[in-house]
Design a protein around this ligand. Structure first.
Ligand code: MLT
Length: 399
């Protein structure tokens, strides 16, 4: 009889965001008139910017005429988009060749697919709290996971001296879920560690566009030595509102080799076999993000999300609740009040104020007692949610 992948039996019963959606839907069925304020999953609320929309329309028209029609595109990405992304890095002082840039259907897809490059015998280090797909993808492929808990005392930032013996290292900065951002010194320490061990860092840069502080790195390739130890995975989901449109990119430097094998060449081999590339239309839309006009327009939207984060931060400041994130990041990571567990706090907010957040425990055991809010909602919903939260927590304090 066929043997299925038995590692699926080691996964939690359901994925974090699916469980939240189920609980929310059950509440909504019982209270059909309740106005729910959704600040759980980091899904964007603003539409694509006009430059992207116009490029998408133009690309649809291209597909309507024989002279401009495109069939299959190169599996690793259309040259026009790979060049646009490499030029974007170049403007930030990171020199990349377009052949080092791979166009993907989004960071979450890619974070799973990229594991094909590594033996299941290499252990994965996951600093936690972490985006749950890191853990699930490694469980599915049967890889040993070294969980590296971080905490309030360390600002929820992982230090390499706690890294143990893992050779595949996940780093995410600005972090999902904590919003904590690694500075150059910390990132350099990880790069040095990875090079010394022969490890590889998978650097998740999905939230880099939220960085405002010029001293903070957007890309791991701003750090000397990263070209011999890092892969960067990025996405247009949060940068440019592509959560429902799907487009991302991955950078693998030509120098990245392990045991005589070149990881960039291996990824070319993988993509040419396992993918027929990303749609021409979407890649045209994606390229518009990297134009001057596109950059100006996405910055307007990012400004709006950042002002949501500021509203959340000032609410928690007034309440005297400790949190990370909200600055240079679209997530706020707060301590649950009154010593509540994170799912208990989730249930309380759902029941009492109809605000949806994300329980910290869903991001790893050390997230118990913590809670995440996303700043990707509409400004009115955010203000309303924070007003309801403030009223609830003050009421809890009086009872
Ligand atoms: C999140 O809420 O953590 C993210 O939106 C999930 C994702 O990017 O897939």
């Amino acid at each position: 009889m066929l043997i299925p992948n038995t590692h699926y039996g080691e996964l939690k019963d359901s994925y974090l965001f699916a469980r939240i959606a189920e609980k929310t839907a059950a509440y909504q069925r019982e209270h059909p008139d309740a106005r729910m304020l959704r600040m759980g999953i980091g899904d964007v609320s603003r539409p694509l910017c006009p430059a992207v929309i116009s490029a998408l329309h133009g690309a649809v028209e291209d597909q309507a005429r024989a002279e401009t029609f495109h069939g299959y595109l190169p599996e690793c990405g259309a040259p026009f988009l790979r060049e646009a992304i490499a030029a974007h890095y170049g403007r930030r002082g990171v020199s990349l060749s377009p052949e080092e840039v791979f166009v993907s259907s989004g960071a979450s897809d890619e974070l799973g697919h990229i594991l094909d490059l590594f033996s299941p015998e290499s252990a994965a280090l996951i600093p936690e709290p972490a985006y749950p797909a890191y853990v699930d993808a490694n469980v599915m492929s049967g890889r040993r996971i070294v969980h590296l808990p971080t905490d309030r005392a360390g600002g929820f930032l992982p230090e390499p001296d706690m890294a143990g013996d893992a050779d595949l290292i996940y780093l995410c900065s600005p972090n999902n879920p904590t919003g904590a951002v690694m500075d150059r010194a910390l990132l350099r320490a990880w790069v040095d560690h990875a090079n010394a061990r022969g490890a590889v860092i998978l650097f998740d840069a999905a939230y880099e566009a939220f960085i405002e502080d010029p001293a903070l790195p957007h890309s791991i390739f701003e750090i000397d030595g990263a070209r011999t130890c890092a892969i960067e995975i990025c996405s247009l989901s949060k940068t440019a509102g592509f959560t429902g449109t799907r487009l991302g990119y991955t950078v693998i430097p030509k120098e990245l080799e392990r045991r005589g094998m070149n990881l960039r060449d291996m990824w070319v081999r993988n993509r040419t076999t396992k993918s027929n590339g990303v749609s021409y239309i979407l890649q045209k839309g994606g390229a518009a993000v990297f134009t001057e006009e596109g950059q100006r327009q996405i910055r307007e939207t990012l400004k709006l999300y950042k002002s949501n984060a500021a509203v959340m931060g000032s609410t928690l400041d007034r309440l005297g609740i400790w949190y990370t994130g909200g600055k240079n990041a679209p997530y706020i990571w707060m301590e649950c009040p009154g010593g509540l567990g994170s799912w208990a706090f989730f249930d309380l907010l759902l029941r009492e104020i109809r605000v949806i957040g994300t329980p910290g425990e869903g991001f790893g055991r050390c997230g118990e007692g913590w809670f995440r809010f996303s700043a990707f909602g509409g400004p009115e919903d955010t203000r309303e949610a924070m007003a309801r939260l403030e009223e609830l927590i003050r009421r809890m304090g009086r009872e």
